[in-house]
Write a protein that binds this ligand. Structure first.
Ligand SMILES: [Zn+2]
Ligand SMILES: [Zn+2]
Length: 151
């Protein structure tokens, strides 16, 4: 007798918003991570760049809180932002033609398995976020006389 073919093991990882209202599960196999420094992503994130993963609709599933999501669409552009109405965290959304889910990497609770990382619109990277390798780095808050632990 031929052994029955078992489906390949598919590893999934979870993600969600800071307050826990929104949660989802996604197949952990991402082709690309796009780090986008365009002006719209700077404003939408309030930070230097957006970090977005793309995944097929079939590989994505809401676990809870889909009704707590607010979506803002930039008029006339294929740019949008979805966020939790309670805590404001960025959460996944479907792309313009509804073929893929775009997952903000920071919304995942585990490290995604990414084949390639790509920076796009690097020419629009704000000057205050350039040369990050040269910025002093601290494991947590920098040491200062005022931040000594209470005892
Ligand atoms: Zn939330
Ligand atoms: Zn962008």
């Amino acid at each position: 007798m031929m052994p029955t073919q078992s489906p390949p093991f598919i590893q999934k990882i979870k993600g969600g918003c800071l307050c826990g209202a929104v949660s989802f599960e996604v197949v952990n196999a991402f082709e690309k991570l796009f780090l986008c420094s365009c002006d719209q992503c700077r404003q939408i994130t309030g930070s230097a760049f957006a970090s977005n993963l793309f995944v097929s609709l079939e590989g994505f599933e809401w676990l809870g809180g889909a009704g707590d999501i607010i979506k803002y669409q930039v008029p006339g552009r294929d740019i949008s932002k979805s966020f939790c109405r309670v805590c404001g965290s960025g959460v996944p959304w479907a792309n313009g033609n509804g073929t893929k889910m775009i997952v903000p990497a920071g919304s995942l609770s585990e490290a995604p398995d990414v084949a390639e990382r790509v920076r796009i619109f690097a020419s629009e990277q704000p000057s205050w976020a350039s040369g990050l390798e040269q910025v002093s780095a601290h494991a947590a808050f920098p040491e200062s006389p005022r931040s000594e632990p209470k005892r």
